[in-house]
Design a protein around this ligand. Structure first.
Ligand SMILES: Nc1ncnc2c1ncn2[C@@H]1O[C@H](COP(=O)(O)OP(=O)(O)OP(=O)(O)O)[C@@H](O)[C@H]1O
Ligand SMILES: O=P(O)(O)OC[C@H]1O[C@H](OP(=O)(O)OP(=O)(O)O)[C@H](O)[C@@H]1O
Length: 209
């Protein structure tokens, strides 16, 4: 069977994805979990893992240096890469919403929205017929309304704790998010049997959950 290269996101998704793989019966090396190595082999499985930043996973898969990847739906909606989405893994569940200071309206003359999802935010306000200025940030988005940088944020909400602790409220839910298995379209043709078997093994675990 062919070797598979899988781009695995470091950070938040990693732990749940690792657990899913192990429970699905994949024999993963311990070093994938507790070393600084960026490329880890799972020789028993003939799988090579690339440990990547979550936002970079679709880049590796689109370019074909990884056959498969795991990416948040937020990243896929934001980047619109040429990859196939094969499976909803139902992990790292959250949603994207607008939020801001309580009982506030958008500034009528120059409404500003801070986000690390400029495409998702632009599309959302365009569909509502509202023209807004998007201010792109890389993290700690909740700061923006608190310090007067923006009227609203478009960001991930999971437990709601970050909003609550910073005195913000949710206004509109935009879209549910979970992590997805994505595949390079050429790999899917060339290694179709191998990838189908891999997906079937994961699906088998998912239906048990
Ligand atoms: N609070 C959350 N709860 C559940 N899932 C989340 C949450 N925040 C983000 N996610 C999901 O996990 C993915 C990765 O998030 P993570 O915070 O690990 O990375 P990041 O913020 O994109 O990058 P980094 O923190 O490494 O710069 C997101 O793309 C999203 O799908
Ligand atoms: O509803 P909650 O459970 O509080 O989770 C939501 C928070 O999680 C994410 O931030 P992250 O921790 O990734 O940090 P970041 O601000 O650097 O993106 C997201 O951007 C929110 O800030």
């Amino acid at each position: 069977m062919n070797e598979l290269t899988i781009a695995m996101p470091k950070g938040r998704i990693f732990e749940e994805a690792y657990e899913l793989f192990v429970e699905a019966g994949f024999d993963l090396p311990k070093e994938i979990n507790d070393s600084r190595k960026l490329i880890v082999e799972a020789p028993e499985e003939r799988i090579q893992f690339i440990l990547a930043k979550p936002m970079d996973v679709p880049v590796y898969v689109e370019h074909g240096v990884a056959d498969i990847g795991i990416a948040g739906k937020d990243v896929l909606l934001e980047q619109l890469r040429d990859v196939h989405e094969l499976l909803d893994l139902h992990i790292s569940n959250c949603y994207i919403a607008t939020a801001g200071l309580p009982n506030t309206m958008m500034n009528e003359i120059a409404p500003r929205v801070a986000t690390k999802y400029p495409t998702i935010a632009t599309n959302f306000y365009k569909e509502k017929g509202e023209q807004v200025e998007i201010i792109e940030l890389n993290g700690s988005i909740e700061l923006a309304p608190m310090i007067g940088l923006a009227d609203r944020i478009v960001d991930i909400v999971s437990t709601g704790q970050t909003l609550k602790e910073n005195g913000l409220v949710e206004y509109e839910k935009i879209v549910d998010i979970s992590s997805r298995l994505i595949v390079n379209p050429v790999s899917y043709r060339v290694k179709s049997e191998r990838i189908r078997a891999f997906v079937a093994q994961l699906k088998n675990e998912l239906i048990k959950r």
